[in-house]
Every structure is written in structure tokens, then in C-alpha cells.
Design a binder for this molecule. Structure first.
Ligand SMILES: [Zn+2]
Length: 92
């Protein structure tokens, strides 16, 4: 692992990082931006950050409440991501 990968790995640990494929039990490979791909079946999974990120990308004006409801990620986690500028939301 290089320096950047290590920093990314530390970052995603806080957001329910995924480890094992729900479909086939295979190992998940971190692809960046909260996204994981299974080495066994190719299924794509997101951690909390990945879920929030892909939701706000397609719902530019979503509020924290909307995003929490749609993704199942806690408001506290979403606010933390906004504070750390990992995601950007309309009006914030
Ligand atoms: Zn799999």
C-alpha cells in the first residue's frame, strides 16, 4: 500500500467499511470513494460514505434528513462527512 491508499483506508474505516461480499462471500476490493468491488463475482458495494456520495451526486438539493432517510446512514455520519468536506450538499 502506498501512502495515499493507507490514508484512504483509514478514512473509510469510520464509515462501516465493507469486507466480505454479501452475494458470494468473496473478498471486496476497495476502489476509492466508498466503492468496493467483489473479487469473486464483481458485485459492487458501497460503505456509508459511498452511499451518501452517490445519493448526493444525483440529488443535488437533498437535505441531511432526505439523505439519511434514503441511504439509511445516520445524520451524525452525514454531518461529519460534510464537516470534513468529503461530500458537498446543496445549500451547505
Ligand atoms: Zn461476490
Amino acid at each position: 500500500m502506498d501512502k495515499l491508499e493507507k490514508a484512504m483506508a483509514r478514512m473509510v474505516d469510520a464509515y462501516n467499511r465493507q469486507g466480505v461480499c454479501k452475494v458470494c462471500g468473496g473478498r471486496l476490493k476497495f476502489q476509492g470513494c466508498g466503492e468496493y468491488v467483489c473479487e469473486g463475482c464483481g458485485d459492487i458495494t458501497y460503505d456509508d460514505y459511498g452511499k451518501v456520495r452517490s445519493y448526493v451526486e444525483t440529488h443535488m438539493n437533498a437535505s441531511v434528513d432526505d439523505t439519511a432517510e434514503a441511504t439509511g446512514v445516520s445524520r451524525e455520519s452525514i454531518r461529519m462527512m460534510i464537516r470534513e468536506r468529503k461530500i458537498r450538499m446543496g445549500g451547505l
